[in-house]
Write a protein that binds this ligand. Structure first.
Ligand code: ZN
Ligand code: ZN
Length: 242
């Protein structure tokens, strides 16, 4: 049945009007949110925390409480939106809805947060190979590839490896998250040459507590990365367990 319908479905897909990636209503152009979804999303544009970029209520130049308590290993986060229902819907479509086209939309937002021509590498947060086999693709690598195409920055998808399967970090406290990702990432044997002392943009879909990003940043810095800045679609802004 599915096989029989496939060519037909492909032909229809061309004729279908573009739809809002958040809620599915028809919109005028590809990769555009409808007005309602657009207004619901909290785009992160301000400078925020001087260390990690988290939105801050106070005057500019301040630091958020988690950074004051324990500065991150990475050198800041550039996220397009605060994690919320619409941002989440897009991530779920990308990851589980087999809609890798959503990566183009995410990359469009993130390419603006990168200086073109900068001597930096784009490195996606890797999936464990079992998860990669299950899903068929790494969403972070798809996003990184698209950012690379838009900015001209080189992408190094095999530079970092996830050598340990990690449990879902949701619900774990800060220390437990850090423990869970300990030893989970390793740099490729030739990582030092490939990084060549350059800055790295670590690409992911969602930034939650920073445990994963810190574990990756530590490995990349040991391999000579001058700086590791996280580039992600959405960041959890009010995570009490953070
Ligand atoms: Zn919408
Ligand atoms: Zn901070």
């Amino acid at each position: 049945m599915a096989l029989f319908l496939q060519p037909f479905a492909a032909a229809v897909a061309f004729a279908l009007p573009p739809r809002c990636p958040g809620c599915g209503v028809v919109v005028d152009a590809d990769r555009r949110f409808c007005v309602r979804c657009w207004q619901t999303m909290d785009f992160l544009t301000g400078p925020g925390c001087i260390t990690c970029g988290a939105p801050l209520a106070g005057p500019p130049g301040g630091q958020c409480a988690p950074c004051m308590a324990e500065p991150p290993v990475h050198d800041g986060v550039r996220a397009a939106v605060a994690y919320g229902p619409i941002a989440r819907a897009l991530v779920l479509k990308l990851k589980y809805g087999r809609k890798p086209g959503q990566a183009a939309l995410i990359a469009e937002h993130l390419a603006r947060r990168v200086a073109p021509g900068e001597a930096a590498l784009l490195v996606p947060v890797p999936l464990h190979r079992w998860r990669l086999w299950g899903r068929g693709f790494n969403q972070a690598a798809l996003i990184a590839g698209r950012i690379g195409a838009a900015t001209g920055l080189p992408v190094a998808p095999e530079l970092l490896r996830r050598v340990k399967r990690t449990p879902p970090l949701r619900g774990l406290g800060r220390a437990a998250r850090a423990r869970a990702v300990q030893g989970a990432f390793r740099a490729a044997p030739d990582a030092r040459q490939r990084i060549g002392g350059r800055a790295v943009y670590l690409v992911d879909d969602v930034y939650t507590s920073g445990a994963t990003a810190n574990a990756c940043a530590a490995v990349l810095k040991r391999a000579g990365a001058a700086r590791v800045t996280v580039l992600c679609w959405a960041r959890v802004v009010h995570d009490e367990g953070d």
